[in-house]
Every structure is written in structure tokens, then in C-alpha cells.
Design a protein around this ligand. Structure first.
Ligand SMILES: NC(=O)c1ccc[n+]([C@@H]2O[C@H](COP(=O)([O-])OP(=O)(O)OC[C@H]3O[C@@H](n4cnc5c(N)ncnc54)[C@H](O)[C@@H]3O)[C@@H](O)[C@H]2O)c1
Length: 291
């Protein structure tokens, strides 16, 4: 979708971090943007920011796990801007810890937002984009955790691998309708993802439940000085603005993978090599056993 001026983008989790960076890049390129998010304060800050720039932006409080709310958001988007061309299924939450310690509430919270939320974005918007015939683009935010399994990230990994798989398949399904697909797989970016539990519903553990602890991901132990460790870590991470611009470029060039963090290239290649080696291992096994 080379020509983006005047096109309409709907971004879930758009009020902070990567989603907000996308909104800034998109409006900078002349697009109209709907920012959908669950967090009131972040939505209000985004509204004020874009009011000041006179960009064509509207903000909506939408929980991506709520299918009726997503449908209503789509209707409100059409009422405001007439059409939708780009949907960024970006809202996400993170949780770390050993899989042995993960409860059903942990699994339910993360899978409902990170996986069901993307499914809801697809089902809500595909036919709306198809119907106007002008083409469009979906950007699904996965993660490097959708490319390689990492210790302490089992729940998050599960959802992000699923989003990568969905994206690879839907790209082929939607191509005939002139609808492109990209899957965003960043490494660490300086956003609020590391305090995701701020949006964790009470029914699924609430804000006091465990969240994303970088130390727990690395060595399995919870860091007692989490906040200091987090601030130090954030200072070393990629700024979100870079990702916003990369996503815009991917939409314009119909580039499928958005792989921003080259430091993960070897790990991803090693995973691919291990899979390839396994084909050889089992081919040998069948030969040796005449199977
Ligand atoms: N920051 C990173 O290092 C990183 C790396 C890889 C992937 N990601 C992914 O990027 C995406 C964006 O995260 P971020 O890093 O910008 O974090 P963030 O916390 O800054 O932004 C996530 C946004 O999603 C919103 N959100 C949470 N639950 C929601 C719900 N149920 N409905 C609607 N909105 C909801 C939050 O309010 C927040 O504004 C996520 O899918 C995340 O998994 C982030």
C-alpha cells in the first residue's frame, strides 16, 4: 500500500509504546488514525498530544478481549472516517516466570489479550477492509518471542508463536484481496510492556499479580530491586519511534517480517538449523530401521 495519505489505520494498544509510535509515524505520513486502548490515562495523554498537532486522530476505550466492544469500535471508526484500511493488532501484555509457576489466571490473561485479541481484530475487520475494494494491510505485533522459545517466557512465547503462525497463513489468504500482512517481531524496546500488570483485570489476578520481571526471565529468580533493574534495562533498549517508522515502511512495501533487532539473528538461525538437522536425524533413523 504505497499510497498512505488519507488512509485510515486502527491501532489496538495504541495509547502507549509501540502502538503510539505507530500512530505518530502514520499521522506523520498523512494517515488518519484510531487509537484503541484500555488504559484511560494513556488514552487521555494521546488525545491531548494529537489534538495539539491537529492530526486526524480519535481515541477510543476498547478492550481487545471484548468482541462486542471491538465491533462497536469498528462501527465508530467507519462513522468517523468512512473506511478502515490498516489494522494493527498490537495490544499485548507480558508475564515472565517458570512454567511450573504459571496459573490458569496467568495463562488466561496473556492468551486472551495477546492471542484472542488478535483473532478479534481479524474477525472484526477483515470483511470491512475487503468490502471497500481499496486494499489494506494488517500488522500483527508478535515478538522475537514468536521466533525463539526463551526460558521464563512460556506463556508469552505461546501467544507470540501463534500470532506468527496466523500471520504466515493469513498473508496467503488475504493476498488475493489486495490486503497485505506484516508480522512485527521486535526484541527489547523501551515501552511500558514490562509493567503490563497495570492493566491486569481483577478476575484474572489483578494489578498485584506477578508481571514481567527481566531477572526472572534470565535466571529464574525474582529481582527484589525490580524497579531499578528495569530502569537500567530500559535505558539500553531500542526506542519505540524506530519501530513506528519500520511498520509504516513495511505497510508501504508490503514487507512481511519486521525484524528490528539483528542481535537475535543468530538465535533464530540456530533454531532453523536445529529444525533442519532434525529432518536429517529422522531421515537417517528411518533408513537405519527400514521404516
Ligand atoms: N516492548 C517490547 O520490548 C516488546 C517486544 C516484543 C513485542 N512487544 C509487543 O508489542 C506490543 C505493544 O507493547 P508495548 O511494548 O508497546 O507495551 P505497552 O505496555 O507500552 O503498550 C501496550 C498497550 O496495550 C494496551 N492494552 C493492554 N491490554 C489491553 C486490552 N485488553 N485491550 C486493549 N489494550 C490493551 C495497554 O494499555 C498499552 O497501552 C505487545 O503486543 C507486546 O507484546 C513488545
Amino acid at each position: 500500500m504505497e499510497q498512505v495519505v488519507g488512509k485510515v489505520a486502527f491501532i489496538t494498544g495504541g495509547a502507549s509504546g509501540l502502538g503510539l509510535a505507530m500512530a505518530r509515524s502514520f499521522t506523520g505520513a498523512g494517515m488518519k488514525v484510531v487509537i484503541a486502548d484500555i488504559e484511560d490515562a494513556a488514552l487521555e495523554a494521546a488525545r491531548v498530544e494529537f489534538d495539539d498537532t491537529n492530526a486526524d486522530v480519535i481515541t477510543m476505550k476498547v478492550d481487545v478481549t471484548d468482541r462486542q466492544a471491538m465491533q462497536k469500535a469498528a462501527e465508530d471508526t467507519i462513522a468517523a472516517f468512512g473506511k478502515v484500511h490498516v489494522v494493527c493488532n498490537n495490544a499485548g501484555v507480558a508475564l515472565s516466570g517458570n512454567i511450573a509457576d504459571m496459573s490458569y489466571k496467568d495463562w488466561d490473561w496473556v492468551t486472551r489479550v495477546n492471542l484472542d485479541g488478535v483473532v478479534n481484530g481479524m474477525v472484526t475487520f477483515i470483511n470491512l477492509i475487503k468490502s471497500h475494494g481499496e486494499g489494506g494491510h494488517f500488522v500483527n505485533t508478535a515478538s522475537m518471542a514468536g521466533q525463539v522459545g526463551m526460558p521464563g517466557l512460556s506463556v508469552y512465547n505461546t501467544t507470540k508463536f501463534a500470532v506468527v503462525g496466523m500471520s504466515e497463513a493469513m498473508r496467503q489468504d488475504l493476498e488475493p484481496f489486495g490486503i497485505g500482512t506484516s508480522v512485527l517481531c521486535p526484541g527489547f524496546v523501551a515501552t511500558d510492556i514490562y509493567t503490563s500488570e497495570r492493566n491486569r483485570p481483577d478476575t484474572l489476578g489483578g494489578v498485584e499479580a506477578s508481571g514481567f520481571d527481566l531477572a526472572a526471565q534470565q535466571d529464574g529468580d525474582s529481582d527484589p530491586e525490580r524497579s531499578e533493574a528495569l530502569q537500567n534495562a530500559l535505558a539500553t533498549m531500542m526506542p519505540a519511534e524506530i519501530i513506528g517508522d519500520m511498520v509504516l515502511h513495511a505497510i508501504q512495501k508490503d514487507e512481511f517480517y519486521i525484524l528490528s533487532h539483528t542481535e537475535f539473528k543468530e538465535g533464530v538461525a540456530a533454531r532453523g538449523q536445529a529444525i533442519s538437522d532434525s529432518f536429517d536425524f529422522w531421515a537417517n533413523y528411518r533408513r537405519e530401521h527400514n521404516l
